[in-house]
Design a protein around this ligand. Structure first.
Ligand SMILES: [Zn+2]
Ligand SMILES: [Zn+2]
Length: 125
């Protein structure tokens, strides 16, 4: 599964990287050269189109309780591309969390080919 690639700005390492939260954001540390940097200072790129117009959005971890009521049991984050995830991007733009079942094209280049985005995810207007 493809996801966004984080590259060490010092040595180009892409695998031996670890992230840790800090007050300024996620700090990535390179296991090879021990450089560390703020993840958010490196632009994210879309796994599908390669564009940089992607944003991190809130994703709901939900479950149905009492049959029909959907309750949010937790929140995570997901990357959305303004182009490839246009529909969900607009949805989240209005402050609503992205449904957990949604596969982001910005994070997974196979999401669209497999038809797992968009219309198969039920969202209420
Ligand atoms: Zn490095
Ligand atoms: Zn894209």
């Amino acid at each position: 599964m493809a996801s966004r690639t984080i590259v060490c700005p010092s040595c180009g390492e892409t695998e031996e990287l670890s992230g840790a939260p800090s007050p300024e954001g996620i700090v990535i540390t390179c296991g090879r050269c021990h450089a560390s940097w703020l993840r958010d200072s490196v632009p994210d790129t879309c796994a599908t189109c390669g564009g940089t117009d992607v944003q991190e959005r809130t994703r709901a971890l939900t479950q149905y309780s009492r049959g029909t009521q959907l309750s949010i049991v937790g929140l995570g984050s997901i990357l959305l591309c303004r182009q490839c995830d246009a529909r969900m991007f607009a949805w989240s733009e209005s402050g609503r969390p992205v449904p957990f079942a949604y596969k982001s094209a910005a994070m997974d280049s196979t999401a669209h080919e497999a038809g797992r985005t968009g219309d198969d995810v039920h969202i209420d207007p």
